[in-house]
Design a protein around this ligand. Structure first.
Ligand SMILES: Cc1cc2nc3c(=O)[nH]c(=O)nc-3n(C[C@H](O)[C@H](O)[C@H](O)COP(=O)(O)OP(=O)(O)OC[C@H]3O[C@@H](n4cnc5c(N)ncnc54)[C@H](O)[C@@H]3O)c2cc1C
Length: 263
């Protein structure tokens, strides 16, 4: 994958800034930050790769659903829907936006998000360098391209988690995303290939919940990443590894599951 072009010239006047951005990426904004050195990955292939690496190192994968946790004994135990029981010295909970009752706290809530993928675009429509674009406005949106030239455009978040309501809003959100894409890149072909929605867990203060589950020392958890799963999951893996080895840095408290709430 090629890196996005790095804009080195920093013009002072707004018209000059507009011109540089339009020439480099094809759309108008008063300012933008280009961050070179980023990467993208196919999440499904990445997960399969990581799981295969874990298996090579001795992990056993079980396809099941965790339905209950017991931490009262000398080891921790997870009861699975199939009736099987898994015992371990420590258990790490990482079930995404589905936060089990044993962890639940007032800081965490689940929100909904929508996305569309267009048909493949004419080459002159797409911006160069496979840049991932994030519009950091209050109603944020993001867009990226695929290897076969589609635009993926997402955002239009809402602060509710009900899947039926999310599904019902799909057509309306699709139209809203198409219209925002058109406003940003008027030449883009808005014909749809796919439209979908998803849920994600976030917190009131924007920081994830990572660490020991209060009252259950053998249970550790990682939740509330919001739209920053790639960054925070890596952080969680490092922090939880250290906690299991008895290492706890003072800054871990910023991510503690029982940290103070914002009123
Ligand atoms: C539309 C959308 C776009 C996003 N874009 C980005 C992005 O560009 N960059 C970014 O960094 N992040 C993005 N995110 C956020 C990112 O996807 C999440 O933060 C990340 O996937 C969370 O990872 P996780 O491993 O904690 O949970 P998940 O990926 O949700 O995995 C949790 C797994 O646990 C399983 N599970 C749940 N309950 C149980 C149970 N009881 N027993 C057994 N298994 C269970 C689930 O089936 C799931 O497979 C996006 C999210 C959405 C919805």
């Amino acid at each position: 994958m090629t890196s996005p072009p790095c804009i080195r010239f920093a013009p002072q006047s707004a018209p000059d800034r507009l011109k540089v951005l339009r020439e480099a990426f094809g759309f108008d904004r008063l300012a933008a930050i280009v961050s070179p050195g980023s990467a993208e990955a196919d999440p499904l292939s990445l997960c399969h790769g990581l799981l295969a690496a874990a298996v090579r190192r001795g992990a056993r994968l079980i396809r099941d659903e965790a339905v209950a946790f017991d931490t009262a004994g000398r080891s921790a135990a997870v009861t699975l829907a199939s009736g099987r029981l898994v015992e371990a010295d420590r258990i790490v909970l990482a079930t995404g936006y589905v936060m089990p009752e044993i962890v639940r706290d007032g800081l965490h809530h689940v929100a909904s998000s929508w996305a569309i993928a267009t048909v493949p675009q004419a080459p002159r429509v797409l911006w160069p360098g496979a840049a991932l674009i994030w519009e950091a406005s209050k109603d944020y949106c993001y867009c990226r391209t695929t290897v076969d030239g589609r635009i993926i455009f997402g955002g239009e978040d809402e602060e509710f988690s009900d899947p039926d309501r999310r599904e019902a809003l799909g057509p309306e959100k699709t139209k809203a995303l198409q219209s925002r894409l058109h406003a940003m890149i008027p030449m883009a072909d808005l014909d749809l290939d796919r439209a979908w929605s998803g849920a994600f867990g976030q917190t009131q203060d924007g920081l994830p919940l990572i660490g020991s589950v209060p009252g259950h020392p053998r249970l550790l958890a990682a939740y509330g990443y919001g739209g920053n799963g790639i960054t925070f999951s890596f952080l969680a893996a490092r922090m939880i590894g250290q906690l299991i080895h008895g290492v706890e840095w003072p800054w871990f408290s910023a991510f503690a599951i029982d940290r103070d709430r914002i009123c």
